[in-house]
Write a protein that binds this ligand. Structure first.
Ligand SMILES: Cc1cc2nc3c(=O)[nH]c(=O)nc-3n(C[C@H](O)[C@H](O)[C@H](O)COP(=O)(O)OP(=O)(O)OC[C@H]3O[C@@H](n4cnc5c(N)ncnc54)[C@H](O)[C@@H]3O)c2cc1C
Length: 354
């Protein structure tokens, strides 16, 4: 029996091994239907650019809209993998996705927010604090993101950099870390005309990047640039919940100033004995006087932990870092693919690639 809404001519999707089952309407992608019905499918950009929603199709047929080959290669497609954000079922479908959890999905809502603070953290990173409507708290998992709905309907995604429990502290609101991309529609505004008290519209929470608390595996946190934002939220959440699994953050930037909350991180180390921190800089110049680790941040993890088979990895930031980490950790260090959780910060430029 189809579970799709009676109005649609849709099919049903079953996700193994969880057995979660949901209907897809005729005009929906599998992912859109899953999000609508609170199924915890993994995903990131929702636009065929990042590959986070890739999963194996065990049976059934789908049609797939255009997508980036780095998100899903022709070989993977031949091997039966699909991107749920681009797929429309043409029969009932069974998928394999080991990351699907029972974790409650919070309702996705649109709401107005007011910019309550704009604080520059470095030459190209702005901390934006947003006041939520009074008496109407946003529920989310630490690590999830919200979308701004811009004039004309364009959307831009930003990870929340604080954990949900902090919203009960007066005046906190949600915190975002926004890197300027010159020529970018939204970030040119943030670094240009945006003023405190401006009203914006957001929708959320979105995303499958949050701590899997049913595991006791040691954790590798990997951040490049503002990829630190959702990882900061995870660390705040771990501290609040007294989660003491061993965890290590590798945070990479081109120059030391890109590690714009280095001081905040060092303060957390004093409070969380099982947390370690390895800052990594790829393009230090002599006047930086950098004496710490250098090179690609994702490779620093492999230099220190060549066997990741017993770990969970949470990676965020530049797509090239996230993609390289996903590939190298699975291929070289034995990380089970389903233990890699990521949000790649894809942009319009990434989506415009063939
Ligand atoms: C899940 C998720 C979470 C994210 N979280 C964060 C976060 O916490 N912090 C953060 O800083 N970013 C984050 N991002 C990235 C963010 O959503 C934006 O993509 C980014 O800030 C750029 O937005 P923009 O409107 O300024 O630039 P855009 O208008 O998207 O342009 C980006 C760049 O591409 C160029 N460009 C635009 N269109 C094209 C085109 N058609 N062809 C070629 N080049 C083009 C522009 O000149 C600019 O340099 C996240 C992305 C995702 C998917």
């Amino acid at each position: 029996m189809s579970l799709a809404d009676p109005a649609g001519s849709g099919f049903s999707v079953t996700v193994e091994p969880s057995g979660r089952h949901f209907g897809v309407n005729a005009d929906e992608t599998i992912l859109a239907a899953g999000i609508r019905q609170g199924i915890g499918l993994p995903y990131g950009c929702k636009d065929g650019a990042c590959g986070s929603c890739k999963c194996r199709k065990l049976s059934g047929t789908v049609t797939m809209e255009a997508h980036q080959s780095k998100a899903l290669s022709a070989e993977e497609e031949l091997a039966g993998f699909i991107l749920t954000c681009r797929s429309h079922p043409t029969s009932d479908v069974v998928l394999e996705s080991r990351q699907v959890t029972e974790a409650g999905a919070f309702p996705i809502r649109k709401m107005p927010v007011r910019v309550s603070a704009l604080t520059k953290q470095s030459h190209d990173v702005m901390l934006l604090r947003l006041q939520l409507p009074a008496g109407d708290p946003l529920q989310f998992h630490a690590g999830q993101y919200v979308e701004f709905i811009l004039q004309g309907g364009a959307r831009r995604s930003y990870s929340m950099a604080n954990a949900p429990h902090t919203l009960s502290e007066p005046g906190t609101g949600i915190e975002l870390h926004i890197r300027h991309m010159p020529g970018g529609k939204f970030t040119d505004h943030v670094f240009g005309a945006m003023k405190e008290k401006e009203i914006l519209r957001i929708e959320g929470p979105y995303g499958s990047f949050f701590l899997r608390e049913d595991s006791d595996k040691p954790i590798v946190l990997l951040a490049s640039g503002t990829g630190f934002a959702p990882i900061k939220a995870l660390i705040e959440h771990m501290r609040f919940k007294a989660i003491d699994r061993p965890a290590v953050l590798y945070w990479g930037g081109r120059r030391p100033e890109d590690l714009y909350m280095d001081g905040w991180m060092r303060e957390r180390l004093a409070e969380m004995p099982n947390l370690r921190y390895v800052p990594v800089v790829s393009n230090a110049v002599p006047e930086d006087n950098w004496t710490g680790r250098t090179g690609f941040v994702h490779r620093a993890v492999l230099e220190d932990i060549p066997d990741l088979s017993g770990h969970q990895v949470y990676a965020c930031g530049a797509p090239v870092v996230v993609d390289s980490a996903r590939h190298d950790y699975v291929a070289e260090a034995g990380l089970p693919e389903e233990e890699f959780f990521a949000d790649a910060f894809t942009t319009e430029a990434d989506k415009a690639q063939p």
